[in-house]
Design a protein around this ligand. Structure first.
Ligand code: ADP
Ligand code: MG
Ligand code: ZN
Length: 514
């Protein structure tokens, strides 16, 4: 393995300037982390006595996560994860995140919490450390059986939090830690969680009622209680002023239509509030009536409408259709959709599966897999009308995943064919006029991945191909149950979408101990 890696590197001419730059970049990154660690000790001095902070393992918009060791009484060191929340986080939001961890965590693959430290506006949540793989690194080496276990364990975590009336809202691989060796799993990050109406997490109920007020009350710089990580802070601000709102809104629309235009203008979507369209134009002069209803344009009246207030947290590619269309009532079903997207990635070997920077593009991408008619139909059930310029059919999930993965269980294709396919074909071979952008693993990485797995020798790549013929890791025998479960997770209608409890009882898991 190492030998072939070296061979690969030897093929490259030495790039001294680049090496220098990389080294420099690495060094400055290191000293940056060192500084961050020092600052953290300064901000929360109680940590000094208890922890040795080793390195930064995660950095997002709203937190930094560090690996630390703690001296135990018995003399052994224990690894911990320290999550330092940005000081501007809303206190209620922090308290709710902690309450999710303390009440639902520590069991059934849900991350627990050990301690919490606070000084002034700095909060550090201390959790047991779970070493984990990067999803992208392992995606193409997972056996089918490992994927089955992974999904089973994800549903176990979701069943637990849904039982407590927690909607996670940000289910994605980086929030579901997986230790391949230990076969341990942990759902983390309740930073966007919300409660169901009957939630057992009291603070989520408070967050909820606070967020309802936020639709009208202007909050300044703090992380929104409401849940939207990137945009809501702005949206709650610009709702105050119709002029800014108009600009911002049309900007959003512009982006959407430009994106779609590059895709040969085939699919453009528009979500409007069913029936209440005219009434909703409460921020426009009354004499203006909408002239775009049931067309694929957005008129100026509609552009100046007050934005509908609905939780829209999460990552676009993992958002359920009811989230993308801003359906105000959202349930635990949105997490099941996200789990379905993870499953789709695992079955197709593509991550991220959907790469969309805005909601309408994400919705258009969903349509190309699940069908435009089906999407429109489902949206109607939750009170949204979606317009789409062209009809696109739903795809067969098995055919799609096998084509993307480069395997085919129904006919005995030659293995060398398979690998040529998975290496050189575009992520999704939809007819060109229906093309929508799908993210694929970069070709270079895939080749590197193959090369890394090659044995030493001149014709490493060929050896790999013949070797692979005997080890398809179960991907040539994916049962129908897998695609049946995927279909039920990617149910466009949240009311009929499979629940975590039901998923665990699905035939796909029939021989796994519950
Ligand atoms: P954010 O809200 O910034 O996304 P997360 O809670 O998701 O914060 O943590 C960010 C990253 O830190 C995770 O994706 C994971 O890689 C790492 N991490 C978080 N908690 C733990 C933990 N308990 N053990 C190991 N790594 C963790
Ligand atoms: Mg996270
Ligand atoms: Zn209109």
């Amino acid at each position: 393995m190492e030998a072939s890696l070296n061979t690969y590197q030897d093929e490259q001419p030495p790039l001294q300037a680049e090496n220098f730059y990389r080294k420099h970049e690495k060094n400055s990154k290191l000293s940056g982390v060192k500084k961050d660690i020092e600052k953290l000790y300064e901000a929360v001095p109680q940590l000094v006595k208890v922890f040795k902070i080793k390195e930064k393992i995660g950095e997002g918009t709203f937190s930094s996560v560090y690996l630390a060791t703690a001296q135990q009484q018995a003399g052994c060191e224990e690894k911990m994860a320290l999550k330092h929340l940005i000081p501007t986080s809303h206190p209620l939001r922090i308290a709710a995140e902690l309450q999710c961890l303390t009440i639902a965590g520590g069991q059934d693959n849900v991350m627990g919490v050990r301690y919490c430290f606070r000084k002034n506006d700095h909060v550090v949540i201390v959790m047991p450390y779970l070493e984990h793989e990067s999803f992208l690194d392992i995606l193409n080496s997972l056996s089918f059986e490992e994927v089955r276990e992974y999904m089973f364990n994800l549903f176990k975590a979701l069943r637990r939090i849904h039982h407590f009336g927690i909607v996670h809202r940000d289910v994605k691989p980086s929030n579901f830690l997986y230790n391949r060796q230990l076969k341990e799993y942990a759902l983390v990050d309740f930073g966007l969680a919300q409660g169901t109406p009957d939630t057992k997490i009291e603070l989520l109920r408070v967050v909820q009622s606070e967020s309802q007020q936020e639709g009208s009350v202007h909050h300044s710089v703090q992380r929104s209680v409401f849940g939207e990580r990137n945009f809501n802070i702005h949206s709650s601000t610009y709702q105050e002023s119709p002029t800014i709102k108009l600009i911002k809104q049309s900007k959003v629309m512009d982006v959407a239509s430009r994106k779609l235009a590059t895709k040969k203008k085939i699919i453009s979507t528009k979500a409007v509030n069913n029936g209440v369209a005219k009434k909703a134009a409460n921020s426009c002069p009354a004499i203006l009536t909408c002239d775009c209803y049931a067309t694929d344009r957005v008129c100026s009246v509609c552009l100046s409408r007050r934005q509908q207030v609905a939780p829209r947290a999460g990552t676009p590619g993992f958002r359920a259709p009811e989230v993308l269309t801003k359906c105000p009532t959202q349930t635990t079903a949105i997490d099941m959709w996200s789990a379905g997207i993870i499953f789709l990635s695992l079955l197709s070997g593509r991550y991220p599966f959907y790469k969309a920077s805005d909601d309408l593009t994400a919705l258009a991408q969903i349509m190309t897999i699940r069908g435009s008619r089906e999407t429109i139909q489902a949206a109607k059930t939750f009170g949204k009308s979606v317009l789409c310029t062209k009809e696109v059919p739903a795809q067969d999930l098995r055919t799609l995943c096998e084509r993307l993965r480069g395997t085919n269980s129904s006919c005995a294709k030659s293995t060398s064919d398979m690998h040529t396919n998975s290496l050189y074909e575009p992520a999704l071979a939809i007819e060109s006029d229906k093309k929508v952008e799908f993210a694929s693993q970069p070709l270079g990485e895939k080749i590197q991945h193959l090369k890394n797995n090659c044995h030493e020798g001149d014709n490493g790549l060929e050896i790999k191909i013949t070797e692979k013929a005997t080890d398809l890791k179960g991907w040539d025998r994916v049962p129908d149950e897998a695609y049946d479960l995927l279909d039920k997770l990617l149910d466009l209608n949240p009311a009929t979408r499979i629940t975590a409890k039901e998923a665990l009882l699905h035939h796909f898991f029939k021989d796994i101990r519950q």
